[in-house]
Design a protein around this ligand. Structure first.
Ligand code: PLP
Length: 433
């Protein structure tokens, strides 16, 4: 496919440049010729304003696991809309959604809603601090937990500090906050455990993506973290914004068999609408309870759109689809075909590359060295990755900079189309040397 650009889309790109920094939302950025304005999505496809169709592996950065405009979600949302948009008060859909989260997610005894994944991780960390009455949180280098001042520590550091020193990945973060975070290498249990033990008296909690970006946990890593945090009474927070309801109905904690104290949920749980949640043990979640207001242990959380009923209805409709028998087998089978097909193509093209991830979420690293943590990702050839992504985009494959999200809407035809694009892109990369 050769993408064409209509006058209408070119005009919109110019208008975007005038009013949006970089002409973009900051989420995905396609410079110059690659810029595009999305017009609509249906199932596994999106179309830009010029009418080019893409097989979509960006999936709205993950929420659209059923595909775009799924009829069951559309029906549930549109039939709710006449009851209003938001009330700021407890409503029926949030109770049903909280009940479903408690049924599904092993660590969930109580649930509190907010609007974005960043808020969920931010409040999970604050809750841990309130519960332990201690200031510091340990996170892993390369782990992404959204955009709070705490979460942006050591996400993609250019200068590698010695562990456990944190460094902010954003301008505008007070330098003093770096001291409130401790950084450990993902998948290195002994270093993480040593830091936890050394700092146990000031540590409020440990936050981890159980599947960090694309990197699966090494055998025993999550189990070891669970043991060492439990031994010292330190809350373990799983950031399941990506993995929740994706790796299994109960998330990564079900899939990997390790139950944390708290989980941050987002993306799928809102069915494509702004909704996120902190779920966890009652003993910790009680700090959100207004009966605590008179004490110094209360964590107030007030949000205009927190627990929005329309988003909760979309989430409930999405979860209902996911509960159907065979759903996860199907999601994993589609992902597996793509993942193994991609690995085969890269191998046949003799490119130094590997596919990293799990079936519903994976991507390529252009290195033949093992990828186990942030520092090992730096060995990968990022220019080659950019070229590969561009070659795929030209062939009608839309994806994030470093992620293929798989949906239940991707058909065998979509998979075949994608495997053809993989082959052509890999050949072109090999040809470019
Ligand atoms: C693991 C993880 N945590 C938190 C977030 C932040 O979520 P949001 O973008 O909804 O603020 C993301 C977003 O991609 C994420 O991948």
């Amino acid at each position: 496919m050769i993408r064409h650009r209509s006058h209408e889309e070119a005009t919109l790109i110019e208008r975007a440049q005038r009013v949006l920094p970089g002409g973009s939302l900051g989420n995905v950025y396609y410079p110059g010729d690659q810029a595009m304005i999305i017009q609509r999505g249906q199932g596994a496809h999106v179309w830009d304003v010029s009418g080019n169709r893409y097989v979509d592996y960006l999936l709205g950065s993950g929420p659209m696991v059923l595909g775009h405009a799924h009829p069951a979600v559309l029906k549930a949302v549109s039939s709710y809309l006449e009851r209003g948009s938001t009330y700021f008060s407890t409503n029926e859909p949030v109770i049903y959604l909280a009940e479903e989260i408690v049924r599904a997610v092993p660590c969930a005894e109580k649930v509190r809603f907010m609007s974005s994944g960043s808020e969920a991780t931010f409040f999970a960390m604050r809750l841990a601090r309130a519960h332990r009455r201690r200031p510091r949180i340990l996170k892993f280098e390369g782990g992404y937990h959204g955009s709070s001042d705490y979460a942006v520590m050591s996400v993609t550091p250019k200068d590698l500090s010695p562990f456990p020193q944190a460094a902010p990945n954003s301008a505008g973060v007070p330098a003093a906050l770096a001291d409130t975070m401790l950084i450990a290498p993902f998948n290195d249990l002994s270093t993480a455990a040593n830091i936890i033990e050394k700092h146990q008296d000031e540590l409020a909690g440990v936050i981890v993506e159980p599947f960090q970006r694309l990197i699966p946990p090494a055998p025993g890593f999550l189990q070891g973290l669970r043991q060492v945090t439990q031994a010292h009474g330190i809350p373990l927070i799983f950031d399941e914004v990506v993995t929740g309801f994706r790796f299994a109905y109960g998330g990564a904690q079900q899939y990997y068999g390790v139950v944390p104290d708290l989980a941050a949920l987002g993306k799928i749980v809102g069915g494509g609408y702004p909704l996120s949640a902190v779920a966890g043990r009652e003993e910790i979640m009680r700090h959100f309870d207004p009966v605590m207001e008179a004490s110094n242990d209360f964590v107030p959380l007030v949000g205009t759109l927190s627990g929005n009923p329309v988003a909760a209805v979309a989430g409930l409709a999405t979860l209902e689809q996911l509960r159907k028998p065979g759903t996860y087998q199907r999601l994993f089978a589609t992902g597996n075909k793509l993942r193994t097909g991609l690995a085969k193509v890269l191998h046949e093209a003799e490119l130094p590359a590997q596919v990293v991830g799990e079936d519903p979420l994976f991507d390529v690293y252009f290195t033949d060295q093992p990828v186990v943590d942030y520092r090992s990702t730096l060995r990968a050839n990022s220019q080659m990755m950019k070229r590969f992504n561009n070659l795929l985009l030209e062939r009608g494959i839309l994806k994030g900079a470093s992620k293929f999200y798989v949906s239940l809407a991707h058909s065998d035809d979509d998979v075949d189309f994608t495997l053809r694009a993989f082959r052509e892109a890999a050949e072109a990369l090999r040809g470019a040397g």
